[in-house]
Design a protein around this ligand. Structure first.
Ligand SMILES: *Cc1c(COP(=O)(O)O)cnc(C)c1O
Length: 428
């Protein structure tokens, strides 16, 4: 598919051609585990990566390949690997880079589940994680040591939708000879393409805006193809003969696709967390309307945040799309189409009023999700972020008086009316 096409065209066409056998126009769900080899030589060539093709759906599947190619086009990368969930994608993203004793430096402002995964579960593999305030560039530099193998942050950071100075953070990663991994879940490539700001790897929870309607789980990792994995001895899985793949030197053999091929041939093969073809199909269909949905999400979120800022029950609204936000200038520069639709606000009544608020909404759904067509609400301190310490809660922008909303694409008047009645009830 031509890279000349614009975003709105690529979100529908990239990665998809009419099915060569049937002419099916929509990408079929290839519901199969295995693929018949033409002959023994063909099978041997596929296993040796001398020829590309389908072997077994733990590694690849045509429906998933179409999705991978579409995300690659939208993010402006070299290759993409999809897997079972966003958390799976984060694990897959680090897998080629890490070994026991190595660490990552991660922003404190990330999805609570990601912090949990990094600080506790990664440790079981001997992978360390240092949490740093990424708005402080000197703190990032100070945290990097000779065992650091990646920086990790979010574009529009969870839960308050702040935006970081990505180009400066990419320069720090560059100077240290390590990749910057950006979770682009809440921005989506329509609002921000982190590779253009110097990111090496972009991960998504496709569960959210890419699929867009709360139907299936999925994750993706897109590689820019620009990182030189042989520039140092830091990334032996990619630069040295890989024992997990009969001594293949991935970077020498595949250049800009080395990381992607490693992710499929070793990562998916051994971690065993593939996406399923039906989920890939839902996500492909979701992506077809990504730009339309994101524009409406942003428009609605701006209206709701503006209304909330004037509401007497609210002490503060953290939405980078509001002129009162310290991130407003950065948004105009880095994501000029808007600040997304995920933000937080502080309720004057504190913890108790927040709990009452989520109990009194009618149109909003009280769920642990974001990026749905529906408006969603949650109180992070009692749910998604409840495993964090009080200090971590505040550092993550999820103190006891904070409510997070993911604004949907309903009529904004109905969204505002629902918050109005629930806030009145919560403050009574
Ligand atoms: C939801 C989410 C994840 C985890 O993704 P799952 O698909 O739920 O595994 C990671 N990062 C961000 C920003 C998310 O919103």
């Amino acid at each position: 598919m031509s890279n000349e096409y614009h975003f709105d065209t690529q979100q529908i066409h990239a990665g998809a051609v009419p099915d060569p056998t049937t002419g099916a126009r929509q990408v079929p769900i290839y519901q199969t585990t295995a693929y018949v080899f033409r002959d023994a030589d063909h099978a041997a060539r596929l296993f040796a990566l001398k020829e590309l093709g389908y072997i077994y759906s733990r590694l690849n599947n045509p429906t998933i390949t179409a999705l991978q190619d579409r995300i690659t086009a939208l993010e402006g990368g070299a290759g993409t690997v999809c897997c079972a969930s966003g958390h799976g994608a984060q694990f897959m993203a680090m897998f080629p880079l890490m070994s026991p004793g190595k660490n990552i430096v991660a922003s404190t402002r990330i999805y609570g589940g990601s912090m949990q995964q990094f600080t506790n579960s990664f440790r079981k593999f001997g992978w360390g994680a240092k949490a740093v305030d990424f708005t402080n560039l000197d703190a990032i530099k100070a945290a990097i040591d000779e065992n650091t193998r990646a920086l990790f942050c979010e574009t529009l950071a969870n839960p308050a939708g702040d935006i970081l100075e990505l180009p400066e953070i990419a320069k720090i990663a560059d100077a240290a000879g390590i990749p910057l991994v950006v979770d682009n879940t809440s921005a989506t490539p329509w609002l921000c393409r982190p590779i253009e700001y110097g990111a090496t790897l972009v991960v998504h929870s496709m569960t959210k805006y890419l699929t867009g309607n709360g139907t299936v789980m999925g994750g993706s990792i897109t590689d820019s193809g620009k990182f030189n994995w042989s520039a140092s001895d830091k990334f032996p899985s990619l630069s040295e003969p890989e024992p997990a793949y009969h001594g293949l030197k991935f970077y020498e053999a595949f250049g800009p696709l080395a990381y992607t091929f490693y992710g499929i041939a070793v990562g998916l093969r051994d971690l065993g967390i593939p996406l399923n073809p039906q989920a890939a199909h839902y996500t492909l269909m979701g992506i077809e309307t990504l730009s339309l949905r994101m524009a409406k999400h942003v428009e609605n979120a701006t209206k709701v945040a503006t209304w909330l800022e004037k509401n007497p029950h609210i002490s503060k609204v953290n939405y980078a799309g509001l002129p009162s936000s310290p991130f407003y200038e950065r948004i105009q520069r880095l994501t000029p189409r808007g600040a997304g639709a995920l933000f937080t606000f502080h309720v004057k009544g504190g913890y108790d009023a927040c709990v009452k608020l989520v109990d009194n909404v009618k149109l909003f759904s009280h769920v642990a999700n974001l990026g749905d067509t529906r408006s969603l609400i949650i109180h992070p301190a009692s749910t998604t972020h409840s495993q964090l310490s009080p200090e971590q809660l505040v550092a993550a922008g999820a103190g006891p008086d904070v409510v997070r909303v993911s604004i949907g694409i309903e009529d904004p008047a109905d969204i505002i009316a629902d918050l109005d009645q629930a806030l009145t009830a919560a403050s009574a």
